[in-house]
Design a protein. Structure first.
Length: 326
């Protein structure tokens, strides 16, 4: 049932203006891929961006992200030289740059402007870009995309998938039909009712759909973990670790995109050393990229978040990429 919702009126009006051609998205001279999601919270966009980079390793790639919860006033190329880089550019663009250092990563307060300025400045340096990947751009319709990928995390109860503020949807479910490719994520932790609903809905509407499983990987023989995290779905992280045979003896949960103060970093170390020193201190790569305390950074083992596809689905994804990047 579609309740009276002012948020829906605003979103529907925006979509109507684009669908009727009253507003037109900006087209760029190189192919643009959007990796977005339909819900708030973590769906696995960063692992998908990294998978695309891997599949497009023969291409010169520009990755563009919004400087969310960061101080950047205008578009800029991400560099990790400053210890406070996440406060400047945002945590996700810094993580992508750390894990894919050969890729040009830019951040800014407005995605379309960042793409435009990045391409201009890179061209002035004779740096030719073959393809642009824009993180979290599904609802950013000002940007024309050649491949629109939308992720749906199916690990939540079906009641989760209602429009804000009644649930966690950024847009109504039917808007997913404008995507070129849908990826159902965390199917290994899926709620059966949710997974079946989206499978049936997407098949009925003939949408190309891939499925992936979520893994949380930490290199440790000690199975007792002291965990701290500031991500969109901390309960799924804990569940993935437990499903991999680890025991999470303590989990300090912070808000998504949290910037750790020096006092908080000191407190994490104090708690671990005083109560759980027989466990392994660990955090996601997204959290660890924001840690500035050298002691905490050296003591913390990184947890890699990974989405795995079947060979068939990976081949299908690769074929979609090749169609737009030839």
């Amino acid at each position: 049932m579609k309740y009276l919702n002012p948020y829906r009126l605003v979103i529907s009006a925006k979509n109507l203006m684009y669908e009727n051609g009253w507003l037109k998205p900006e087209k760029f001279s190189v192919p643009v891929i959007s990796v977005g999601n339909l819900t708030t919270g973590g769906t696995g966009k960063t692992p998908v961006v990294l998978e695309l980079i891997s599949l497009l390793q023969d291409k010169s790639i520009l990755v563009v992200s919004k400087s969310y919860k960061a101080s950047l006033p205008e578009p800029a190329e991400v560099t990790l030289e400053n210890l406070k880089h996440t406060g400047i550019y945002g945590d996700e663009p810094c993580l992508i740059k750390k894990l894919a250092p050969h890729v040009s990563v830019w951040s800014g307060p407005h995605k379309t402007d960042t793409v435009e300025i990045a391409l201009e400045r890179l061209a002035s340096k004779k740096h030719k870009i073959d393809i642009v990947i824009v993180d979290d751009a599904f609802s950013h319709r000002m940007l024309k995309r050649d491949l629109d990928i939308v992720l749906i995390d199916v690990s939540q109860p079906l009641s989760h998938y209602q429009l804000i503020p009644f649930g966690h949807l950024r847009e109504d479910i039917d808007q997913v039909l404008r995507a070129h490719l849908v990826i159902l994520t965390k199917v290994n932790n899926a709620q059966a009712e949710t997974l079946n609903f989206f499978r049936e809905y997407l098949v009925k509407n003939k949408k190309t759909t891939l499925e992936s499983i979520a893994k949380s990987i930490v290199n440790s023989e000690n199975k007792k973990l002291f965990l701290y995290s500031g991500i969109g779905n901390p309960s799924q992280l804990k569940l993935n670790l437990e499903n991999s045979g680890f025991q999470v003896v303590e989990h300090l949960v912070y808000p998504d995109h949290h910037s750790y103060s020096l006092s908080e970093q000191s407190e994490i170390l104090t708690q671990w050393r005083s109560k759980f020193s027989d466990s392994v201190l660990c955090a996601t790569e997204k959290d660890l990229v924001k840690v500035t305390d050298t002691d905490l950074k050296s003591q913390t083992k990184p947890i890699a978040l990974q989405l795995d596809f079947s060979n068939i689905d990976k081949d299908l994804l690769n074929a979609k990429l090749r169609q737009i990047s030839q």
